[in-house]
Design a binder for this molecule. Structure first.
Ligand code: ZN
Length: 557
């Protein structure tokens, strides 16, 4: 008897619970839908971005149900379309826009052909959840309310709208206040792309990316005609063929020449030449590193803006050296144009990609093939002009395994990702050896410089299976990179540990090419044994002393 009464009680409670849910099922499902929306959006968001997105949906719903429906359809359509692309290319930037705009039909089909069916699973679920949301909306009837209640609700809706608006603009405004007036090449503009609500930043970013694409395209076109007035005092290049290899994400302590346990740099380990184990990159990621390495920082006298025209290519050209730019990185993109604008101003330009660095995956060795072609063309020219070939590699860029062919997986180290990383270091060493052999075959004097743009630091170090390498800014190893010079007249192998900052690379570069310029008239020898003092690095926010950074040693398990 008692059990029966209890049962009835429970059933009643359950029924009441169901009817409670029933009244609110639309909002519960909307909460779930908000969660999916935040997960679908390729931009980074914050923890309260999810709550803010839910409130945004509610506010639109309270405002007008029809508009709500259109709003949901629009979002579902655009996020579902971009989601598979984001799996391969991450969040949108001008590089992806360039890839879209400058790709022909065949290439587009090839691009679409790369998608797997599983890439559409999540968008499919998302569309399905939106359909359920729309059905629930139909049955979500409002109760009859008194005028008093309606007034209260209006105030509540107003407050909610204000909260959403605040969430949207607070971080972009703070960012703008912090960075808009700084001089350190941080993009300090006010944009909703910095919003912590990743639904909002997704659309803001589409707008920015298209806008950036046209601006960058224009800048690249004008880079072709850059005419800085380098004041050249003398130019006596010592070698016929110069090769500058700009590496990517290679941490020096992963090279055996710097003591790594596996033979990852067999060529550099034995070659004659100059190897500096004290070279420090200027910043922990490509953009700021190359900006501070390959350009001489000068401000335009007329408008006070940064003048990009004083750089390695224009310097070489002003000394009548023929310039070639061969790149496996991107042409247009947030992080690409800093290097590609140099490429565009070279006498010969070859890019493996049409958009950003991550819009295609081409083997670095492709650049060696093009180099070989160009060198044999040049050797037919009987003039005595020197040439500078710049090769910009993908090197050891993230998604390390994608940099390798099957037969390049020689070493195993800790786990799959780190094994691939180690093998990319080895691959770049092979590439250097190949280039030096190619140079030897020309029977002309040569000199090659190789450095990496920056290092990386470990993540998830406590877990052997999960430990990986990523961009970072707080460790010495984010900046410690190899620097190697190999020339046809080297008689010895010189391995030094001279503290040298990439901020001074322009001086070393002009020394290397035998150029004396008034702009670089500094009593300074880049290749001397004298240490650079007070080396600073740019950590994405400010310049900090390199010596005060922490160590991130390679883990041992
Ligand atoms: Zn890089």
């Amino acid at each position: 008897m008692i059990i029966a009464i209890l049962m009835i009680c429970y059933i009643n409670m359950f029924k009441r619970f169901l009817s409670y849910l029933n009244k609110r099922i639309f909002y519960i499902w909307l909460l779930f839908f908000s969660f999916l929306t935040v997960t679908m959006s390729p931009e980074d968001g914050t923890y309260y971005g999810f709550a803010a997105t839910f409130i945004l949906f509610c506010v639109v719903y309270f405002f007008n149900e029809r508009i709500f429906s259109f709003f949901i359809i629009f979002i579902v359509f655009s996020l579902s379309l971009y989601y598979p692309i984001s799996l391969y290319h991450g969040s949108l930037n001008s590089g992806i826009i360039a890839a879209v705009f400058e790709t022909n039909v065949n290439e587009s089909l090839e691009f679409i052909g790369k998608f797997k069916l599983s890439d559409f699973t999540f968008p499919f679920l998302y569309v399905f959840s939106a359909i359920i949301l729309m059905r629930l909306k139909k049955y979500n009837k409002h109760n009859e309310e008194s005028a008093e209640d309606k007034k209260k609700q209006k105030i509540l809706h107003f407050i909610l709208a204000a909260v959403v608006l605040f969430c949207m603009v607070w971080i972009p405004t703070k960012y703008y206040m912090d960075f808009h007036s700084n001089d350190d090449d941080i993009d300090g503009r006010w944009t909703l792309a910095n919003s912590p609500m990743n639904l909002i930043s997704f659309y803001a970013n589409i707008y920015n990316s298209i806008d950036d694409y046209f601006v960058e395209k224009e800048e690249l076109n004008s880079a072709k005609n850059l005419a800085p007035d380098w004041i050249i005092e003398s130019a006596t290049p010592k070698y016929r063929n110069y090769v500058l290899v700009i590496g990517e994400s290679a941490r020096r302590d992963y090279l055996s020449v710097d003591g790594f346990t596996l033979k990852t740099s067999p060529f550099v380990d034995l070659t004659k030449g100059y190897i500096n184990l004290g070279y420090v990159s200027s910043a922990p990621a490509t953009y700021h590193s190359l900006l501070n390495t390959l350009y001489l920082k000068m401000k335009n006298k007329e408008n006070g803006k940064k003048d990009y025209s004083y750089n390695i290519i224009t310097l070489a050209k002003s000394a009548k050296i023929k310039t070639f730019w061969l790149s496996n990185q991107g042409v247009i993109g947030k992080f690409d144009t800093i290097a590609s604008r140099l490429g565009m101003s070279a006498d010969f330009t070859y890019f493996t990609k049409k958009g950003g660095y991550n819009t295609d995956n081409v083997d670095d060795m492709k650049l060696v093939d093009v180099l070989k072609e160009k060198m044999s063309e040049e050797s037919k020219n009987k003039n005595s002009q020197s040439r500078l070939y710049v090769l910009h590699l993908m090197g050891s860029h993230q998604k390390f395994c994608q940099r390798l062919n099957k037969d390049e997986n020689k070493y195993e180290f800790i786990n799959k990702n780190l094994s691939c990383y180690v093998n990319t270091i080895l691959k770049t060493d092979h590439l250097l050896e190949k280039i030096v052999n190619l140079l030897k075959e020309q029977n002309e004097s040569y000199s090659l410089i190789y450095f990496s743009d920056h290092g990386l630091s470990h993540t998830d170090k406590e877990d052997k299976d999960a430990v990986n390498l990523d961009h970072g800014a707080e460790f010495k190893q984010n900046y410690e990179v190899p620097f190697v010079k190999v020339s046809s007249d080297d008689v010895e192998r010189k391995v030094v540990n001279t503290k040298r900052t990439a901020f001074n690379f322009m001086y070393g570069f002009s020394q290397w090419l035998g150029i004396k310029s008034k702009h670089l008239n500094k009593d300074y020898d880049f290749f001397s044994d004298k240490d650079d003092e007070n080396i600073k690095v740019f950590n994405f926010e400010k310049y900090v002393p390199f010596d005060e950074l922490k160590d991130d040693e390679i883990p041992k398990y």
